[in-house]
Design a protein around this ligand. Sequence first.
Ligand SMILES: Nc1ncnc2c1ncn2[C@@H]1O[C@H](COP(=O)(O)OP(=O)(O)OP(=O)(O)O)[C@@H](O)[C@H]1O
Ligand SMILES: [Mg+2]
Length: 326
Amino acid sequence: LRSVVRLNKAALSYSALAALLAFLSLALIHLAVLRRYNLREKFEIKRQSEQQLMEAHNKLEQRVVDRTRDLSEANRVLELEISERRRAEQNLQETQKELIHAAKLATLGQLASGISHELNQPLAAIRNYAENALQFLQMSQLKQTDQNLEQILKLAERMSNITAHLKTFSHKTDDQKGPTDVNQCIHNALALMKPRFRESATRISLELMDQAQVLANPIRLEQVFINLFSNALDAMAEMPEKEIIVRQTSTENTIVTTIIDSGSGIDPDRLPHIFDAFYTTKSVGVGLGLGLSISSEIIQSLGGKLRAANHDSRGARFEVELNKTP
Ligand SMILES: Nc1ncnc2c1ncn2[C@@H]1O[C@H](COP(=O)(O)OP(=O)(O)OP(=O)(O)O)[C@@H](O)[C@H]1O
Ligand SMILES: [Mg+2]
């Protein structure tokens, strides 16, 4: 009986063990299924995230492509505008150059009668000297003939100086800047205007510095001085006392040339307008109203300043300020 009981116990403990093993196997299977399910879920989530990431990436790339296309289109339009603006600026500069040249020719036109007088005088003298030289030669008076021929040479020299200067001034000037002697420009302007000064009995006082080198274009600067002298002479037309003072001072970096006249001065109401193109108080045919606007344009293009004011006692005062040569 004892052995039957022992056998029974053993059978029981085996079946318990078998049940336990079965339970454990079931639990393990369950765990494995669970783990597999979890893994699948994680994999699914990962796949979805990757897909979303890919979509976002594609969208971003498309946006970059779109934006790049928009930007290059905007860039193309901008480049077109810039080149059009450059062309317009170039045209404007060309027109301004043409205008300055036309104004210079108009100034020459105004000076023409005086200049032709300036040339006629020595021409008449040359004719006289030549006629006399011929007579001296016929009388074999060689010394006098020689003297007359020398006079003729001097007069011809004077005439060629005037025409050479006229030729340089009337030439079409480029707008190249370079070291320029202001005083040479003033003297050249006065030489061309000599007949007008003489005819109007105008006194000119020059208070110039020994050295006045500026950065400018000499012909353009001469054009400015001719305009300013011409205006001063017009403003003094009715005055009994006619005097122009040209005074020069210098600052650290600039040279200031002041032209003071003894004319009527400028009406304070008109002062703000005198640099406007086509502003003139002169009668039709006398003035176009371009002299000061062109002069101011020239001085500005040289990096300088042109100022106008009334002089303390009488007349007007114009200041031309230019940068010294570095
Ligand atoms: N020195 C001066 N004294 C008094 N007024 C002046 C003087 N300079 C210029 N003005 C005034 O400024 C105006 C404009 O001068 P601007 O030189 O531009 O033209 P304009 O002399 O009238 O004509 P243009 O120079 O074309 O022959 C003149 O009409 C005149 O009224
Ligand atoms: Mg003028």
